[in-house]
Design a protein around this ligand. Sequence first.
Ligand SMILES: [Zn+2]
Length: 453
Amino acid sequence: MSEYWNAELETMAWSGVERWQAGRLAETLPALWQRSRFYARLHGDRVGQVSMRSLSDLAELPFTLKDDLRAAQQAASADAPFGENQAAPLADIVQAISSSGTTGPPLYYALTARDVDVFSDAIANVWFTAGIRRDDVVAHLVGLPMVAGGLPYADGFRRIGATLCWLGGFPTERIVRDMRRLRVTALLATTSFAQYLAERWDDVGRETGIESALAKVLGGGEPGLAQPDIRARIQAGLALTHLRETMGLGDVLPSMWGECEAQDGMHFNAQRSVAVELVDPANGQQLPWTDGATGELVYTTFARDATPVVRYRSRDHALVVGTRCACGRTSPRIRCIGRTDDMLIFKGMNVFPSAIRDLVVARFATRVEPVLRIVKEHTDQVRFDDAIPLEVEAARGLAASPPEALAREIEAEVRNQLQVRVVVTVLPPDTLPRGTYKNALVVVRDVGAKGSP
Ligand SMILES: [Zn+2]
């Protein structure tokens, strides 16, 4: 028997959830047009003209792009430091959060006390679905309180009633030792850090002389956890009972998707405050949530006071893994297959670096390490007219097998499966850098790793 954080919304037929959300939007949109100069302007002649009977009526409104939010923020002033989309008076705002700023100048979002409550509840819902309970001792490893994964994630753990151990910010060595000393049972980490930990956990254990209590790892922040081989290594290295993927977006709500005990794709857990659409990234048309569908996730908040978003293009591309689940939750289950920002173009065809990584790691699991990278000539390169350079590592213990033969096999497999040509260099094991935060999947030649903190 599954347990739920919000049994009513989590088990209601998905069409019923969408109808309820459309009702909430019908109520909140008119007020939004009053409160947000940005949305009054962006929605222009649609203001007051949209009757929200179902979520398909959202299609009458234009999308909001990250650049739109950037421009709105440029209009900041002393009484509206968050710009044109500050939809609550400064006196009611209790917190600012910042986007990571990895793809441009950071954006700031504001929260009222009610927003903090809405965030905490939704994030707690994700952590609960992912298996966190009151008696867990949770290591929180994000170092910066102001980012979406900082204070909001911590609030989510406390909302459940788990013991929050905010270790992020300490040196890695200390974090790893303190997790033993504090008998940490659960932690939230990037896939890269979980991999790093899986390789070192036993050595540290021997030094501290304290048995590992760690049983649950929540992964997120980068793709990779969908890979059976990466999962198996982390699960075995840390002797876990739970390994669950989670995902959210700072611009909307920092954690909205989480895996249940089926560990087969992430459920949507922000039903109470966010509506989600699946759209065709090429033409912007809404797509139905059907098994096997792929599309871009688009979010609309209907319970956010200070910096709301309507039809926000996340640039996250998802695969719908399933629309029914043994756990009884009715929300679709998805995997993130890549971000628009990461997309490369090979001879006019779109390809995600993560698709190449996933294919190679899955098909050559016993012969390569699950760390590889694509090499660009310069930072802005998106187009490849020649084969895409790909560096892989031979599996440990297999260094003696002929690398040339393996390289040609990988090239053939990628060409057959993805219709993309790569030119593979097989390196000895442990050559590629492994970070404790995120391993860069795409690097620029001779400049070194990009995208690490
Ligand atoms: Zn489920």
